[in-house]
Design a protein around this ligand. Structure first.
Ligand SMILES: NC(=O)c1ccc[n+]([C@@H]2O[C@H](COP(=O)([O-])OP(=O)(O)OC[C@H]3O[C@@H](n4cnc5c(N)ncnc54)[C@H](O)[C@@H]3O)[C@@H](O)[C@H]2O)c1
Length: 265
């Protein structure tokens, strides 16, 4: 995936000239997608609850500057997400792609032990975050009669596991929201899809795998259940996001792209 320089001096690539807002961009899949999108010619607003993390990722991805912008926001905060979109339009002129990727995990917990505040946070970040992020960008995309929204669900929504009830429900809501919004926005030529990653090697993983005290054992057991024999990498997920964001997926909307090495089959 080499970035080429076009004759007119503009950067070429599968996202040449596009502007993307990516949430949860300081780490894991969001960071990998930010780096890949920049390599493919996009300019990217890296949104994260960690201001420092977003700044660091933006600088590492784009040391010269000009192709990235860091923006601190909690995706569950509607005003901040509207501000992120406004900032992108002000700085880069548009938002072509919104990747609602930020998520909030939970560890395996019996339902009777789930604190109501944990339940609320899981819902606020994973569900409300996708909703208000989309709300913030939709008027702009409708006016331009173009745009693409990508949401991050999880294999946990398709094949729920015990002990993660709130998280599974939240990620399931993301799939239905994706499909409903895809239908609502199709007449405006705005596409909406989501990705359902399987276990992915990011800082979020240990909580999901369980056996926190013996992560290596948990990890090996988990890998044993994946037909392709390894965990997903953040780059595997970024590649799926690139496909959905690019014109290669121009006729794809309302879809769930599962990236899990065959575990969900
Ligand atoms: N890692 C996995 O195994 C896995 C599997 C399926 C789905 N997912 C989902 O993939 C997405 C990305 O996860 P990851 O594994 O890359 O995690 P990660 O922990 O590597 O990165 C998550 C990033 O999101 C940021 N973030 C957290 N809450 C936020 C908020 N309220 N507002 C803005 N930013 C916030 C964090 O600061 C962090 O930079 C999440 O939606 C997650 O639920 C992860």
């Amino acid at each position: 995936m080499k970035t080429e320089i076009a004759r007119d001096g503009e950067t070429a690539g599968r996202l040449a000239g596009k502007v993307a807002v990516i949430t949860g961009a300081a780490s894991g899949m969001g960071r990998a997608a930010s780096a890949l999108f920049v390599r493919e010619g996009a300019r990217v607003v890296l949104v994260d609850i960690s201001a420092e993390g977003a700044e660091r990722a933006a600088k590492e991805i784009d040391p010269q500057g000009g192709k990235t912008l860091a923006f601190a926001a909690d995706v569950a905060d509607s005003a901040r997400m509207h501000a992120a979109v406004e900032r992108s339009i002000e700085h880069f002129g548009a938002v072509d792609i919104l990747f609602n990727n930020a998520g909030y995990p939970m560890e395996f917990t019996a339902i009777e032990d789930v604190d109501e505040r944990l339940y609320q946070r899981v819902m606020d970040v994973n569900v409300k975050g996708v909703f208000v992020g989309s709300q913030a960008v939709v008027r702009h995309m409708k006016e331009r009669r173009a745009g693409c929204i990508i949401n991050t669900s999880s294999v946990a929504a398709l094949r729920p596991r015990p002990g993660l009830t709130a998280y599974c429900a939240a990620k399931s809501a993301v799939i239905t929201m994706t499909k409903a919004l895809a239908l609502e926005l199709a007449p405006h030529q705005v596409r909406v899809n989501c990705i359902a990653p399987g276990a992915t090697d990011t800082p979020m993983l240990p909580g999901f795998i369980g056996l926190k005290n013996d992560f290596e054992k948990g990890r090996a057991m988990y890998i044993g259940s994946i037909p392709l024999g390894r965990l997903a990498t953040p780059q595997d997920i970024a590649a799926g996001a690139l496909y959905l964001a690019s014109d290669d997926a121009a006729f794809v909307t309302g879809e769930v792209l599962t990236i899990d090495g065959g575990r969900g089959v």
